[in-house]
Design a protein around this ligand. Sequence first.
Ligand code: GRF
Length: 201
Amino acid sequence: MTAKLVVLVSGSGSNLQALLDACADPAYGAEVVAVGADRDGTYGAERAAKAGVPTFVHKVKDYATRDEWDAALTAEVASYEPDLVVSAGFLKLCGPRFLDAFPGRYVNTHNSLLPAFPGMNGPGEALAAGVKIAGATLFICDSGVDTGPIVAQCAVPVEDDDTVETLTERIKEAERAQLVESVGRMVRDGWKVEGRRVVLG
Ligand code: GRF
C-alpha cells in the first residue's frame, strides 16, 4: 500500500522536491497527496503545483487566534488522511491540536545536529561555535522547538573557509538524502517511538 504524505513548507521546498522525485518510483512506497504552506507565493507550492499535487495555504494572520489557525491547519491536513506529515522548511510551530491529530506521525527536518543549535539559524550558530562537524536531524515533533525524538542524523564537515551560505548548502544536500531515505524506511518498514528513542522497522 502506498503511504500518504502531506508536506508543509514555507520556502524553496528543495526537501519537498526530493520527496516528490523519490515518490515517482512506486517502489518508494509513498506519495505526496498535498502540500501546505503558511504564506503565499512559496516556491515549494509552485513545485507541488508543477507535480500536480494539491496545495493549500493557512496564514496565522488570517485567523483571530493562533488556536484557530492551528484548528484550520489540522482540519485541512487531516482531510487528506496522511500516514505521515512532513515539515520541510515549515517555519511554524504547530499547536497541541495538530500534535494530537498526528501523534508520532509528524516529523520535521532541521539543519543542525540536535540537540545543538535548535531554532532558525542552525548553520550560523554552528559556524559561530566553531564546531568541526555540522549536519541535519530528522525528528518527531513535540511541543518544543526542535526537541522531539530523533529519527535520523547525518553529518557534514565544517570547512575552514565556510560561510553561512556554503555550510547551509552542504547541510541541505545531506539533509535531502537523509529525508528521502528515512521517510522511505518509515513508510515501508514502520517505526516505534519508545520514550526518546525512535526505532525503525
Ligand atoms: C532546511 O535546511 C531546513 O532544515 C531548514 O530550512 C531548510 C528548508 O529548505 N529549516 P527547503 O525549503 O526544503 O529548500
